[in-house]
Design a binder for this molecule. Sequence first.
Ligand code: WTA
Length: 658
Amino acid sequence: MSDQTLENLLQETRTFPPPPEFAAQANGTAEQYSRAADDREAFWAEQARRYVTWSTDFTQVLDWSEAPFAKWFADGELNACYNAVDRHVEAGHGDRVAIHFVGEPEGDSRDLTYNDLHVEVQRAANALADLGIGKGDTVAIYLPMIPEAAVAMLACARLGAPHSVVFGGFSAEALHSRIQDVQAKVVITADGGYRRGKPSALKPAVDAALEHGDTSVEKVLVVRRTGQDTDWTDDRDLWWHEAIEGARAEHTPTPVEAEHPLFVLYTSGTTGKPKGIFHATGGYLVQCAYTNAVVHDVHPETDVYWCTADIGWVTGHSYIVYGPMTLGATQVMYEGTPDTPHQGRYWEIVQDKKVSILYTAPTAIRTFMKWGEDIPAKFDMSSLRLLGSVGEPINPEAWMWYRRVIGGDRCPIVDTWWQTETGAIMISALPGVTAAKPGSAMRPIPGITADVVDDAGESVPNGSGGYLVIKEPWPSMLRGVWGDPERYKETYWSRFRDMYFAGDGAKKDADGDIWVLGRVDDVMNVSGHRLSTTEIESALVSHPKVAEAAVVGATDATTGQAVCAFVILRQEAVQEADEPGEGTELVAELRNHVAKEIGPIAKPRQIMIVQELPKTRSGKIMRRLLRDVAENREVGDVTTLADSSVMDLIKEGMSAGG
Ligand code: WTA
């Protein structure tokens, strides 16, 4: 973000205090801040016992003796699936709808009650157990947004088998490396899902990921969603519905220690190799449920909640599966895109299902702004009472539009900052307490100590910027990088002494409220998806025609950032690219290559073929200068370049149409 934008942001002076009727019924209260400040551990112990049922109670809250490896509620035992399903049935809420599923094809909807879920998770757990899955075995899940995704995750949790969900938009290559890293024994997938009005196949990517036979995978369970033709490997593949039908209906959940890993989720870091972030069962569940209750203000008896994220991202894990279901909430799950079959699809769903809480991403809000406010205006959205935002900084204009057009000027907005690593929300308004400012994530929630520090790790005064850090361990913190404890210490705990470094820049305003400005490392945020510059560079360089590549995230009005690549070709390819028309073909080939290596989400918006890249004398690529080019700005200071004429060459090449 440029300094200019930053200055504009910080001149934002509007505040929106909670409406009194909202405050009167809110789960989050001012008292929780003081309670947590008085005794943080006692505060979290209280939340742990309020929101989660333990089969064995804990006696110790936090063990930080082996910092930065934390243990929370370590001698307690619980089962996450029991908490998300069984106990609601036992409490007499089995008839409550858990999931209003809305498929992308119109009219393709079904409701699952907690009773229905209870039947499904027991059968699915037995089916997995029949395939040899037990406590500690890992299962990869590669599914579209269908209820089976939640059932599959919960069935794993029921057995104490950590799941690793891979977003359906990732390629076979990406799936392969994740399956390898986590050593999955079973993969759960589907024939396909519906995407933009058509069935889109998923199973072929699983077949390709497993074709070399070099993985630990023994069986593949396939959900039939679209009914499209699917290749079959007889001794490996099984239909999900057949396995479930053949499985016993009763299954007793396996209690696990609080620190037992619940899941692994891969996320982009600053190096080429994605990190397997893993979370422990107890602390994670506690913070997901607590934040879903006090930040989203979920009242399970009356609310219809809708989080539009995909289950393949952490937001789907924490705020579709583990948060809302632990609370026993009723929610909408939607399979498709916001514009299928028309641009009012979301608002039609809000109207039909009487959604009261909506949680979505700034990139979606900016897209809706572009489509125009007459589209939501056609629907009755008076059921909405709270709006949430997550995934990237929300600019004040988008915040105001969201409030006015979607929220009818009455719904509080919570802008929630957190990460795959933090597991659950860390910084956000409490909607019944905080007077929110458009564009600010506001304050750490009760029980969390976040701060903004300077280069030396000193807390900055109000009105200044620096790095976002977390100063004390928190229940849902990552427990490490799967199989790589050193990388965990190095990535998060080495930049500042005794503090978790989030990788984001932030500023405190005059009141001490926090404005998150975005990543300060080589991680990009495209439509709220985390992508690593290095990972895309490696993908480009793996193409036989590419000698060298540099990738930057350029500001984009809709997606927040967009991937822009600068590529140096190998000599043989240069001549080819010079022939008329060949250059554009090559660019298309390289874009598709990135989609194949990582996934369509990583496709560069722009690829520029250049002869040189700007490097310092020590050989480090100066991405700042490339970002200037990608954003059509005057190129900044070039004095540290080994060869200062390089930027002229690049700019010349661009104006010549390169
Ligand atoms: C960014 C998504 C500003 C941030 C839950 C963070 C945000 C990264 C916000 C994590 C927000 C997320 N305001 N920036 N409200 N929420 N971010 O792991 O850069 O996919 O480090 O987790 O998204 O992305 P991740």
